[in-house]
Design a protein around this ligand. Structure first.
Ligand code: COA
Length: 334
């Protein structure tokens, strides 16, 4: 049987930085409020002509280069995004594939909001273990600034743009294998976080008047509580089912939504401070891109070594949630 190995990581952030100070000139808020309630200090914002796919391509190019796997060997590409280049079609994954020069392979998007990267990982694992694919490029890419209402202080302080990518490939070596990926969803909570208009539920003749409804809307406080509960339970379950203790995890890499959520979940799971990866202060919430961007930060700081166990944990609109246990398994020189 083939196993799936987490081979490499890459990420990209756009140049422009939007600070809390900048936001305090746009809406009634302050650096102090945002820092205290969220831990966010700044976020990156893509240029007008920079699309989600452009950021995805940059992250993916790095991940492919670092994987040691040739571009021609990639046989599937999955992009997790809620801010695709185009609303319905073509998918952002097909655009990224073409921009990378990958032709004729399976390519599609996943819509699972902030859990998108974990969903993409579960798909890659399943396709590889079934023998259908050998090298899957998974990408989380978001231009959330395009769907953010910059007059709503309850949401615009949270979100940023960026992309992260990983190459997942087949191995016969069980020690290299992704141990487990959990994913779940509950549409009962759909209205906590949504872009209410612009879909098939919108009447065409009303669309012009409903443009504001295409931006994200959120019930922040309720989302916060459900997030802490769901993230904690999900991690407890995946650890228990795989007979792994939280102290055996080298890097706990939660979705970077809010420092207070991460702290509450980390404490509930008895994670040591040096296990928890934090990037929320400098990137804000980049939805499906946040976990691979955080893994990339760790990697580029020289803190992610072959064989170290990563625990991923995500939560997002849908509602969706997911977690994963995976050793970092770059191809080692013979
Ligand atoms: N600046 C200043 N005041 C703000 C504000 C801002 N940016 N946003 C909201 N407020 C005000 C509210 O109007 C409210 O005022 P009131 O008491 O006079 O009514 C007060 O601050 C408290 O609002 P509340 O929404 O209860 O704050 P909170 O502590 O829950 O923090 C969030 C708000 C959005 C930071 C927090 O709820 C959160 O992070 N939720 C989870 C969001 C998330 O992670 N979403 C993505 C999931 S993937």
């Amino acid at each position: 049987m083939a196993y799936a190995a987490f081979r490499s990581i890459g990420a990209y952030v756009p140049q422009k930085i939007l600070t809390n100070e900048d936001l305090s000139k746009m809406v009634d808020t302050s650096d102090e409020w945002i820092t205290k309630r969220t831990g966010i200090k700044e976020r990156h914002i893509a240029a007008k002509e920079e699309f989600t796919s452009d950021m995805g391509v940059k992250a993916a190019s790095l991940a492919i280069e670092r994987s040691g796997i040739a571009l021609e060997e990639i046989d599937m590409l999955v992009c997790a995004t809620i801010s695709p280049d185009y609303f319905c079609m073509p998918s952002t994954a097909t655009i990224i594939a073409t921009k990378l020069g990958i032709k004729g392979v399976t390519a599609f998007d996943i819509s699972a909001a902030c859990t998108g990267f974990v969903y993409a990982l579960s798909v890659a694992k399943a396709f590889i273990e079934s023998g259908m694919k050998k090298n899957v490029l998974i990408i989380g890419a978001e231009k959330l600034s395009a769907i953010t209402d910059y007059s709503d202080r309850g949401t615009c302080i949270l979100f940023g743009d960026g992309a992260g990518a990983a190459v997942i490939s087949a191995t016969q070596n069980k020690e290299e294998a992704i141990i487990d990926v959990h994913t779940g969803a509950d549409g009962e909570y759909a209205d906590l976080l949504m872009t209410p208009n612009g879909g098939s539920g919108s009447a065409h003749d009303e669309l012009e008047n409903e443009a504001a409804g295409c931006f994200m809307q959120m019930k922040g406080n309720e989302t916060f509580k459900v997030a802490v509960r769901t993230l904690t339970n999900d991690v407890k379950e995946i650890l228990e089912q795989n007979n792994i203790k939280s102290e055996d995890v080298t890097h706990f890499i939660p979705h970077q939504a809010n420092y207070r959520i991460i702290k509450a979940v980390g404490d509930a799971l008895k994670m040591r401070e040096n296990q928890v990866v934090l990037t929320v202060a400098k990137y804000g919430n980049t939805s499906g891109a946040s976990i691979p961007m955080a893994i990339n930060d760790l990697y580029e700081a020289g803190k992610l070594k072959a064989g170290e166990l990563m625990l991923l944990d995500a939560f997002g609109g849908g509602l969706t949630w997911g977690s994963a246990l995976a050793p970092f398994s770059p191809i080692r020189d013979a």
